[in-house]
Design a protein around this ligand. Structure first.
Ligand SMILES: [Zn+2]
Length: 194
């Protein structure tokens, strides 16, 4: 897990992330979390892409096995469960609000974009809208910062301590169904890919 300031991103890291995503990785400012083998699992992306687009999803889950495991949770109504938890648990709601502030603080270390001021990711601070973004935040920040991201990782059939990198890029045509479907947590359903 790594929060800003990040080490310089290497060409090898960018190549690995591009292979994971199945397209060129853009505007990556740091590798925020890695698999036990060293491969990136979460990238940090500039708040404003080089083409000018504001990009709120500072922490972005890139690892195919991780995104597939989180997509499975989303497909099995786990977000409804977590939204219900948020609604009934004052302490959880406050922790989640603090996670939102922590996320924004991290992003501001790298840069700002007026269009996304106060807008974080994944539905924070009051809703659960994208478990990929929340899990990515937890992987970057470590356990105890984002309670919903922590819950998602605890439920996921993937762990950064067990390497599933071998052959798990999105490049293989027969794995199209495991594509990266995460959204960026904006009000729209834009996919927000970096
Ligand atoms: Zn690995």
């Amino acid at each position: 897990m790594t929060r800003p300031p990040f080490d310089l991103v290497t060409d090898r890291d960018i190549a690995l992330v591009s292979a994971q995503l199945g397209r060129p990785a853009r505007d990556v400012v740091g590798i925020a979390a890695r698999c036990v083998c060293g491969a990136p699992t979460v990238v940090a992306t500039a708040p404003r892409l080089s083409d000018g687009t504001p990009f709120p999803t500072f922490y972005y889950l890139t690892h195919p096995a991780a995104t597939a495991a989180i997509s499975y949770l989303e497909a099995t109504q786990v977000m409804n469960e977590f939204n219900a938890l948020l609604a009934e648990d004052d302490d959880l709601r406050e922790s989640y609000r603090q996670a939102h502030e922590s996320f924004l603080f991290d992003r501001e270390q790298v840069g700002t974009a007026l269009e996304i001021a106060g807008i974080s990711s994944g539905g924070m601070p009051v809703r659960v809208k994208c478990l990929h973004a929340l899990a990515a935040h937890s992987l970057a920040a470590g356990t105890g910062v984002n309670p919903i991201g922590d819950l998602a990782l605890a439920r996921a059939a993937w762990s950064p301590t067990v390497c599933e990198c071998q052959g798990s890029t999105n490049e293989k045509p027969d794995e199209g169904s495991r594509g990266n479907t995460q959204t960026d947590g904006r009000a729209t359903d834009d996919t927000g890919h970096p």
